[in-house]
Design a protein around this ligand. Structure first.
Ligand code: DGT
Ligand code: CA
Ligand code: CA
Ligand code: ZN
Length: 577
């Protein structure tokens, strides 16, 4: 499908228009069109051919004509003109936290900043801070933003890379002569960010498969095209690209190749050492005793021959997973999840109603759902005043009565304020069945809150109505560092107070992360895996949280939303006064 390419061109146009100081309405129309096309499941080329582009929300006559031009010529006049006028490196500067389009435009106009190197230079020389409207504090923020982006490198979030890998794997499966396709590498391990995508394919004619792969329409560039290996890139947002590696092997070696290309590299080194101890050889083609293959077709067999129980892919990080001959714990799976305990609705900043969210959760096979909209201090998220919250509580109860075989819990996502108190008084919290408490403000040291994030979190856990702490460290993957927290004290307090810690499953967060999950479980803490969905589509993010939970070693019994509704109610009641 052409959709990602078209969507990228539109959002790039919006970025450049913004830097160019165009009017907001015009910028927005490109931005919206880009988002619509990115989200639509219909093939944009088909829609265009059938003259149906204007059926899409937010696409008017003018935009439709420009999209038509994009499809036919690969570009559009407005984008060409902007690119001729503005340096190539400017849109990337918008990615830097603290660097909006106005500042990018200012730095370009006044200091000739055309890209990241220039920007660093004018920060260093103090010229940036001297510009009107900037100053030392905002420049310090920008410098920190650059350092953070550079430390996160150009790795792609799991939630972006995995769906792309799945789509490509599916297309490969549809080719003639392809027997089997698996996603390997860091995606199979469920890492939070992905360097490149690794696909593995079983087929006789590697050259034909790789040739077809290299000519898929989503391919931006072909890096290598051989008989057993191919490498291409696909476009991502902001002019970035994601590399996709494809290996083609025969059935005899498929298990060995799957093991090898799943990694991690460090895990593989340990496994190979174990083979060497037995005077064998392990590589991507099989496990060999001299020239004789003793395993290769089946991945589990390789582990078994080497004397290990099969290691779930999420645990293959050389964190001790090969130290024991005992079977690893049975890790939680997506099927174990019986409900989602943190979702938003149109009452605060969500896109679907209470009933729509509940029906969608039920359609996923869930037995319960907790509606958790924002509390009053979350102003930008349209948080609910006490009056609105009380009305909302009645509305949730009404919808709950209508749905059979399903429990709709009245919940809220209550802000933890900078002094550690909660955003709603106890009598409001007492009307809820389930309370998630989260920090959304004064996350850094800049706001000089009276208490540290650790102290605020612990103070919130002392409240008997607080069931869980939402996205405990506040990080946004590749965008915002976690709050500085003493996780040892947090998990200790969670265990002591009987408060659950959330694994926020949204791929932008994955918070708690894998290592903190392990730390929490070691301290005896029970977890809750929630999507924080802001739309019915958002409910599908549960699988990212499951990957993270598995990486931390979580079993079903460790996760409160693996319980039946009755058992869940009992666990909640245990902390209440
Ligand atoms: P990434 O792409 O950075 O997110 O991480 P991976 O783990 O997907 O790494 P990648 O794509 O470089 O390689 C895929 C797997 O192939 C890796 O997990 C293990 C295996 N592999 C790659 N290079 C080596 C190597 O030098 N030695 C061993 N033992 N395995 C390797
Ligand atoms: Ca990889
Ligand atoms: Ca790779
Ligand atoms: Zn939140």
């Amino acid at each position: 499908m052409l959709n990602p390419k078209i969507a990228n061109a539109l959002s790039r146009t919006a970025d450049l228009l913004e830097i160019d100081g165009a009017d907001g309405f015009r910028i927005n129309s490109y931005r919206r069109a880009g988002r619509t096309i990115k989200d639509t499941t219909e093939d944009i080329a088909v829609l265009a051919a059938e003259n149906r582009l204007m059926d899409l929300p937010g696409i008017g006559k003018g935009t439709a004509a420009r999209i038509q031009q994009l499809i036919e010529t690969g570009t559009m006049d407005v984008l060409d003109e902007l690119e001729a006028k503005l340096p190539q490196g400017l849109p990337a500067l918008l990615e830097i936290p603290g660097m909006g389009p106005k500042k990018v435009a200012l730095a370009f106009r006044e200091l000739n900043v055309a890209g990241l190197d220039d920007l660093k230079r004018v920060i260093e020389s103090g010229k940036l801070a001297a510009l009107p409207g900037l100053g030392a504090i905002s420049v310090k923020k920008i410098a920190e933003g650059i350092a953070f982006l550079e430390s996160s490198g150009d790795r792609t979030p799991l939630g972006v890379a995995w769906p792309i890998a799945e789509e490509l794997a599916q297309r490969l499966r549809e080719l003639d002569g392809v027997d089997r396709v698996e996603i390997a590498g860091s995606i199979r391990r469920g890492a939070e960010t992905i360097g490149d995508v690794d696909l593995l394919c079983e087929a006789e004619d590697g050259k034909a498969v790789i040739g077809a792969f290299a000519s898929f329409d989503v391919v931006k560039r072909v890096l290598a095209e051989g008989k057993t290996k191919g490498s291409v890139t696909v476009s991502l947002e902001k002019n970035r690209e994601l590399q996709i590696d494809l290996r083609v092997v025969d059935g005899e070696s498929f298990g060995a190749a799957l093991q090898y290309f799943t990694g991690s590299k460090e895990h593989n080194v340990r496994l190979r050492e174990a083979a060497v101890r037995k005077k064998w050889r392990l590589n991507e083609y099989g496990l060999f005793d001299g020239k004789k293959s003793i395993a290769g077709r089946d991945e589990d067999e390789i582990y078994a021959k080497l004397g290990f129980p099969s290691v779930p892919s999420e645990l293959r990080e050389d964190r001790g997973e090969l130290n024991s001959e005992d079977a690893p714990p049975e890790l939680i799976t997506l099927d174990d999840i019986r409900g989602d305990l943190h979702v938003h609705t149109t009452a605060s900043d969500g896109r679907n109603s209470i009933a729509e969210m509940a029906q969608a959760a039920k359609a996923r096979g869930y037995k319960f759902l907790a509606i958790c909209d924002h509390s009053k201090s979350a102003v930008i998220a349209n948080g609910l005043s006490i009056e609105r919250m009380e009305k909302h509580i009645r509305a949730i109860r009404e919808v709950g009565k209508e749905i059979r075989g399903f429990e709709l819990l009245v919940g809220c996502e209550c802000d933890i304020l900078s002094n550690g108190s909660l955003d709603y008084p106890d009598d409001v919290l007492a009307q809820c069945d389930w309370v998630v408490a989260s920090i959304h403000s004064a996350m850094g040291k800049g706001g000089a809150p009276k208490l540290s994030p650790t102290e605020r979190t612990i103070a919130a856990m002392e409240n008997h109505y607080v069931c869980a702490i939402g996205h405990p460290t506040g990080r946004l993957i590749n965008r915002r560092a976690p709050m500085e927290m003493d996780m040892g004290s947090v998990v200790e307090a969670a265990a002591r107070t009987g408060t659950f810690l959330e694994i926020n499953a949204s791929w932008q967060r994955l918070d708690l992360k894998d290592l903190h999950v392990r730390q929490a479980l070691d301290a005896g803490v029970t977890l809750t895996i929630n999507t924080d969905a802001h739309s019915i589509e958002g409910l599908a993010a549960m699988r990212y949280g499951i990957k993270t939970a598995r990486r931390g070693g979580a079993r079903r019994a460790d996760v409160v939303n693996g319980l039946t509704p009755a058992a869940l109610r009992k666990r909640i009641a245990a902390k209440r006064p």
